[in-house]
Design a protein around this ligand. Sequence first.
Ligand SMILES: CC(C)(COP(=O)(O)OP(=O)(O)OC[C@H]1O[C@@H](n2cnc3c(N)ncnc32)[C@H](O)[C@@H]1OP(=O)(O)O)[C@@H](O)C(=O)NCCC(=O)NCCS
Length: 165
Amino acid sequence: MDNYSFQSVEISANIIPLLADFTCGVEMMDDILHSQGLLSELNTENPVAYCVYDDNHVLVGFCIWGIIYQPVDFNGECELIPMIDIACLAVHKDYQFRGIGTAILNVVCEKSSNIIPSIQFVHVDALDCEDGSYSAVPFYIKYGFEYYSRAGEDAARMLYKLKSV
Ligand SMILES: CC(C)(COP(=O)(O)OP(=O)(O)OC[C@H]1O[C@@H](n2cnc3c(N)ncnc32)[C@H](O)[C@@H]1OP(=O)(O)O)[C@@H](O)C(=O)NCCC(=O)NCCS
């Protein structure tokens, strides 16, 4: 993979202008990225945002992650488990399929398990359009996520078990 730099950015209204020229090519996602809805939809604790830049300072990737509590069924027993939540992940449409999305997930998994060693799962409501027009599910499956349930019309809830050390 080429050289990319990850910059942590504060989550505030100042993020929206940063994303003005960024497009991932999926209209539904681009609409969220370009609106204040990006901030109002966040339901994670202590969210962290990353901007990923190439050598020419082009914004090639963007991610927001944080902690959520999700009910998980363990053999009929439902438990509320803290998880890393990928609230938003997108790679610029001209830079997709070059390993950037995978690199972002690697950084999130590494950082989050350093910060909170007891965390065991990564959660995402992956974009999965009901009309079959687009799905990010194959990307998450390649990484090792497993399908858990539907999460509304256009999303599939997926979980990834962090490797225990
Ligand atoms: C989904 C997304 C983040 C993946 O990022 P990326 O940088 O293109 O992914 P990578 O290059 O790291 O891909 C890793 C693997 O997944 C595969 N893959 C990536 N996106 C895929 C997709 N939509 N469908 C099928 N396979 C996909 C790649 O081919 C690659 O497979 P390989 O290892 O066999 O070559 C990016 O395509 C994107 O921003 N899509 C639009 C927005 C979106 O869906 N975001 C996720 C919302 S939950």
